[in-house]
Design a protein around this ligand. Structure first.
Ligand code: ADP
Ligand code: TRP
Length: 321
């Protein structure tokens, strides 16, 4: 079984990326799967058009993957652009892709509403994403809920291609975890780099504590019962707390007499148990960027070799050989 996923280097990684996607990557890597994880630098060109910024973002996300536990001995880990053939497969897929399929994708409209330029790259971004997945014969794609539609487009394109050219491409499936599919941000909307509502994975304790203590809550008086399921602080606490501790706080909310300051303080402490080891590893790796670059180049070689196999099949199938 082959697992593949990617993350765009468009800013600092946050706990939505971790619990929605990266935690699954690490678990799958430690099971019996062949894993490919990459940094979607071609995709980031749709929004980051400053070359120095793009380079810095790629390094940031590379550190991030390694710091949360991606092990280059177990997974093929690489920048997307080290496999230029993926753009060739994008073209082949574009030629079987109905315009309507892309017009129905919500991410283009969302991103334009957020202020991104409505360029063609942004519009056909899902075709490049489909090529990313298909070029490694991927079976399973672990992602958060917001990527579900893109995996459906990928399946559609693989099936359309196979209908025309025979049984050439593997049709993948998404792996989305119900309970962590959409992590809310500090303002209650989906946590996202674009909304400035994130808890970052590698930011030190001090600024993280400030952000947690400022999470907006309702004005229910201290002594009254509160609804844990309507509270962002509780939703975030659930990510870090074991079952017994979740039950404890559920009871504290519903019986009243609890101030939000108290549960925020506990959220901060619990988050440190998960994030402190990530922060330490991130700082350590940052001192050895040569190692990080070597890892990416080695991963690039392995990824190119795997992609070549599928591309040769595609070229033959369409009549370019
Ligand atoms: P962002 O929205 O911050 O730009 P990305 O689009 O780079 O995040 O997402 C990278 C991965 O993290 C994807 O698999 C995506 O589904 C997942 N992800 C991002 N935000 C969340 C969230 N709030 N909840 C769950 N998963 C998320
Ligand atoms: N579109 C994804 C995101 O914004 C990143 C991505 C690009 C991806 N190619 C992929 C995810 C292939 C999974 C598989 O997060």
């Amino acid at each position: 079984m082959r697992v593949l996923s990617g993350i765009q280097p468009s800013g600092k990684l946050h706990i939505g990326n971790y619990f929605g996607a990266m935690q699954q990557f690490v678990e799958m890597q430690n099971q019996d799967a062949e894993c490919f994880f990459f940094i979607a630098d071609y995709h980031a060109m749709t929004s980051v058009q400053d070359p120095a910024q793009l380079r810095a973002n790629v390094e940031e996300v590379a550190l991030g993957y390694l710091a949360v536990g991606i092990d280059p001995e177990k997974s093929v880990f690489f920048p997307q652009s080290q496999v230029p053939a993926v753009t060739e497969l994008t073209w082949a897929l574009s030629c079987v892709c109905p315009m309507g399929l892309l017009q129905r994708c919500v991410s283009y409209k969302d991103k334009v509403e957020q202020g991104l330029a409505p360029n063609h790259g942004l519009f056909y971004y899902p075709v490049l994403q489909a090529a990313d997945i298909i070029i490694y014969d991927s079976d399973i794609v672990p992602v958060g809920q917001d990527q579900k539609q893109h995996i459906e487009v990928t399946r559609d394109l693989a099936i359309k291609f196979n209908n025309i050219y025979g049984d050439v491409l593997t049709v993948p499936k998404a792996s989305i975890r119900e309970n962590t599919a959409v992590i809310p941000g500090l303002d209650g909307r989906k946590m996202s780099k674009s909304y400035d509502n994130t808890l970052e994975l590698f930011t030190p304790q001090g600024p993280t504590k400030k952000k947690i203590m400022r999470i907006p809550t309702d004005s229910t008086p201290m002594e009254d019962p509160k609804d844990p399921d309507a509270c962002t602080v509780f939703t975030l606490l659930k990510l870090f707390a074991d079952e017994a501790e979740q039950q404890h706080w559920r009871k504290r909310y519903t019986e009243g007499g609890m101030g939000y300051g108290e549960v925020k303080k506990r959220l901060f402490e619990l988050s440190n148990e998960t994030l402190d080891p990530f922060r330490a590893r991130y700082e350590e790796l940052k001192k050895d960027m040569d190692y990080v670059r070597d890892v990416l180049n080695e991963g690039g070689k392995k990824a190119r070799a795997a992609a070549d196999v599928v591309m040769e099949r595609v070229r033959s199938a369409v009549g370019l050989r």
